[in-house]
Design a protein around this ligand. Sequence first.
Ligand SMILES: Cc1cc2nc3c(=O)[nH]c(=O)nc-3n(C[C@H](O)[C@H](O)[C@H](O)COP(=O)(O)OP(=O)(O)OC[C@H]3O[C@@H](n4cnc5c(N)ncnc54)[C@H](O)[C@@H]3O)c2cc1C
Ligand SMILES: Cc1cc2nc3c(=O)[nH]c(=O)nc-3n(C[C@H](O)[C@H](O)[C@H](O)COP(=O)(O)O)c2cc1C
Ligand code: SF4
Length: 672
Amino acid sequence: MRHPVFPNLFSPLRLGNLTLPNRIVMAPMSTQLGDEEGHVTPRQIAFYKARAEGGVGMIIVEFCCVHRPTGRSEHRQLSLDTPAHLDGHRRLVEVINQAGAVACLQLQHGGSGVPRALVEGGIAIGPSDVISRRDPSKLTARAMTEAQIEHLIECFGRTAELGVEAGYQAFELHGAHGYLLTQFLSPLTNHRQDAWGGDEAGRLRLSQRVIARVKQAIGERPLSYRLSADEFSPDGLGIADMERITPQLVAAGLDLVHVSMGTGYTGMDKVIEPMSVPEGWRLPYARRIRAAVVVPVISVGQIRWPSTAEAAIANGDTDLIALGRPLLADPHWASKALRGAVESIRPCTSCNYCVTSHAGAHGVIGCAENPRTGQELDPALDAGSQRGARAVVVGGGPGGMATALMLDQAGYRTELFEARDTLGGGLIASAAPPFKEKLQWYQHYLERQLAASGVAVHLQQRADLATVLTPRPAIVIVAMGGRALSLDIPGIDAARVFDAYELLMGAVDWQPSPLGLPVLIYGGGETGCESAEYLAERGFEVVLVSRSPLAQLARAAEAIYRGVLLTRLSSNPRVRIVDSTQILSISGTDTPTVSLSGEDGHLWSLPCDRVLIAQGRRPDTELAQALRKAGVPFVAIGDAHQGGRIGDAVHGGYAAVKALRSQTVVVHELAC
Ligand SMILES: Cc1cc2nc3c(=O)[nH]c(=O)nc-3n(C[C@H](O)[C@H](O)[C@H](O)COP(=O)(O)OP(=O)(O)OC[C@H]3O[C@@H](n4cnc5c(N)ncnc54)[C@H](O)[C@@H]3O)c2cc1C
Ligand SMILES: Cc1cc2nc3c(=O)[nH]c(=O)nc-3n(C[C@H](O)[C@H](O)[C@H](O)COP(=O)(O)O)c2cc1C
Ligand code: SF4
């Protein structure tokens, strides 16, 4: 039967000897949930089980290294290069299949980008020598010999054979994002003059040979190739090149093409885009590749809502859509779309907290909005013997809203107090600057969830000790956020000096100066930089004064977003950045004049229309101190605990609710 709203999204697709139940694919995402030897762990199985049960048609299991000694891109990257790895993969395939999804494995080798610490002998291998940027006398990667290339083709084949043994029904080659296959394909990284380089035919050779070898290993099972449709570099491969190249890859034995974007060496902002990038921007690229090939294509990246996915398939941009981060935020994206519960999809805002949490030797997959991601083995939230007891949450920012929902789910009688007349807290300020409106998705989602929950929400009620204690609660969550730092600057209390946070909260309604005077923003953190863009967009001239040097602007912002923000800011004609400078005093009322001192001792002054202080906030601890004194159990989370990110606030709440269980848990004896 055709789905009444998303008939294309929920139509099956025949792929070689397989039928995918719908057009929704889980994009490969490295979880770092494997163990140190690259074995699949129970935690990893639980992560995929949740996504498979969420209704996707096919799961492309994260990049799996085909030769661990030379190809591992991350510490706990999944491997399948020895029979010892088979057992975990078998169990993983089983749970994916049991939930009704097809299990596909992505095969990868990191090539010249493999970190020094992860490669045998400390020097990676790739198409060409790579000289260290820090020390030009050293190599970070060495050009592969003919024998090494042949060996690696065999490694791809061997892993595919083991994958077949494990039960995978489909396979994907990772030819995107700048790993080994991309490195051979791209003129940016392949400088060889032998049969494996030189012209385009030479650069294509490794991919074609790997396709043929893997196809030989997997028989009738479908083979996908993930490529970057554009490297976004003048000397790299562009979409026109890929329109020419992709059919040649398909001819080597592909059943599916997975159209991704960008490379690590030309900019991660195209590979895992920040929130400033509009939804669906990649679809025209997928459409061009689709027109060039005779097999179905998958489009991935910045597809956030079922309506976008449905339209993309209906319009002929793509045959399948893959979701990466949306399934970290909400494993049940597909099943919610299927049953028409789109409003209850926890929306991925592309905040990239997941990228930060996943990085480094100890990082694992996670999601700002969904603390269960990567923690699927955690027991259910349960108030136990405290069921029905009163829980109080003070503050209706993301931390408070999410925690109230978790307490309600656990079985507490939950009340949430918010001093303002609206929920949202710092989410409102975070979403106000240009290109950040996706954060409103999350705010509205939490509001909807609260409206549908048992939480009693009290707006415009600034909670104090009496409010909290009437009647006495079992637990108090202090999620009050922070307070503006007070600065010891003469004139700081003048009438035309404002707080940047309040501006972004919508508390002030300004017009640009008729005299053309600028607004001086004091503070080069994320708030200062974003306030500058916010005001410039509204026609204000801005002077952004930072005590720190230029290189440290917005240093707490997420790295990929930060790069994009600073590029925009530095080319904004309405914004002048003055770094390594501090305010000494502010004088005058109608037109404040600000006295400034540069790092080199240079003193100067600037008349301006207004002064906006963006010097950060510190935890509001007043209520916490009163609660402590009164002996009331409480946990401070989010910015009320320590200034941080939305994800820190939500995760703090999860940890607090989870910890409550320790007070009521029943510890069972073991038989041994
Ligand atoms: C300009 C700006 C941009 C940002 N951008 C991002 C971003 O892109 N990504 C990101 O992850 N983070 C971002 N942040 C940080 C993020 O907004 C905060 O980390 C987050 O909002 C903290 O959430 P919270 O729930 O702890 O506190 P808050 O969001 O500050 O919420 C606290 C709430 O408590 C209420 N309250 C205070 N006292 C009381 C009381 N006594 N009784 C009742 N209610 C009370 C307040 O009114 C407020 O609504 C940004 C912050 C700013 C200022
Ligand atoms: C934490 C994380 C890990 C990723 N790991 C992989 C990977 O193993 N293989 C791969 O091809 N892409 C990987 N990607 C990229 C995603 O598959 C996807 O292309 C990208 O996130 C854009 O899609 P989205 O907007 O739906 O998230 C990863 C992305 C994230 C966020
Ligand atoms: S952390 Fe942010 S970007 Fe990553 S999945 Fe969650 S909402 Fe999306």
